[in-house]
Design a protein around this ligand. Structure first.
Ligand SMILES: Nc1ncnc2c1ncn2[C@@H]1O[C@H](COP(=O)(O)OP(=O)(O)OP(=O)(O)O)[C@@H](O)[C@H]1O
Ligand SMILES: [Mg+2]
Length: 274
């Protein structure tokens, strides 16, 4: 489990100190799916970097707790414990072939050659990229590039994967495909997932959603609880999924109409009225 205790992050600028995040408490259990939402500049990417160990908090702590022995606490090792995938795959792909790209992060680990080959092969297989092994990454589509970026992160065998708006440049088909792949990694390998997104449809798979507003965690709850809380919705500048908005409209006429998060739930609830 990753635990954040009273994490604050401050940066010094020529205009003075800027408090980016303030007193964030969070627990991310192993194998869990969580989401972080909030307006531009609310601190989501900063939080993603803190959780992944790429940044150190100004105060408070980000620690890895062993689930077996909760007395054991460690610092998060970037890449090894937590892999971070960014919005734009072009900024993450560095090598001239897909295979070399996936191997790139491993080069510093000084693994035996056979292990490295195995890990690259496994990561390519998991993402369905074997046929692109020798391709130059820049020839791939956006969705395929994003999968190569994920494969490179996965080859490091992290316990957690953080996707920082990793699907926002993709078309709906590629987005769905990348999300399905990520859910499969969670399901089959037990990798914990943190989805940072503006797309509230993507957070429905999360057991907990964190809402950041001006560097403060305004909520940390189930999607249903977060979407039901009008104050949090406004603070986070959230545009709810269509089914949720339609549910609120229905509630103006049928006060006990439930909050529906998916079209299927909405159709079922509507049929019950007839
Ligand atoms: N190194 C830095 N120097 C100056 N300001 C910074 C730095 N890092 C973060 N900030 C500021 O901290 C705030 C939070 O930035 P962050 O990138 O975490 O927001 P975000 O929620 O990811 O936004 P977006 O939705 O646009 O990606 C912003 O106001 C940003 O300008
Ligand atoms: Mg960001």
């Amino acid at each position: 489990m990753i635990r954040l205790d009273k994490v604050s992050y401050q940066i010094e600028t020529s205009a003075g100190a800027v408090q980016v995040l303030r007193d964030i408490d969070l627990e991310l259990p192993d194998g869990s799916i969580s989401a972080i939402v909030g307006p531009n500049g609310s601190g989501k990417s900063t939080l993603a970097r803190l959780v992944s160990g790429l940044l150190r908090p100004t105060s408070g702590s980000v620690r890895l707790l062993s689930d077996v022995d909760t007395q054991t606490v460690m610092d998060v090792r970037p890449g090894l414990d937590v892999g971070l995938v960014f919005q734009n795959p072009d900024n993450q792909l560095v090598a001239t072939t897909v295979e070399d790209d996936v191997a790139f992060g491993l080069e510093n680990l000084e693994l035996p050659h056979a292990e490295m080959v195995q890990r690259v092969g496994d990561a390519l297989h998991l993402l369905g990229l074997e046929q692109f092994r020798d391709y130059p990454p820049h020839r791939l589509s956006g969705g395929q590039k994003q999968k190569v970026a994920i494969a490179g992160v996965l080859a490091m065998k992290p316990s957690f994967l953080i996707l920082d708006e990793a699907t926002s440049l993709l078309d709906p088909t590629n987005r769905r495909e990348v999300m399905q792949t990520v859910l499969r990694l969670n399901n089959e390998l037990g990798i914990g997932i943190v989805i940072v997104t503006h797309l509230l449809d993507e957070v429905l798979v999360a057991s907990r959603v964190g809402v950041l507003a001006n560097g403060v965690l305004a909520a940390w709850d189930s999607p249903r609880a977060v979407f039901s809380n009008q104050t949090v919705v406004e603070l986070g500048g959230l545009v709810l999924p269509l089914s949720a908005r339609a549910s609120f409209l229905m509630q103006e006429r049928w006060t006990d109409f439930p909050l529906c998060l998916t079209p299927e739930e909405f159709a079922r609830a509507t049929c019950q009225l007839i």
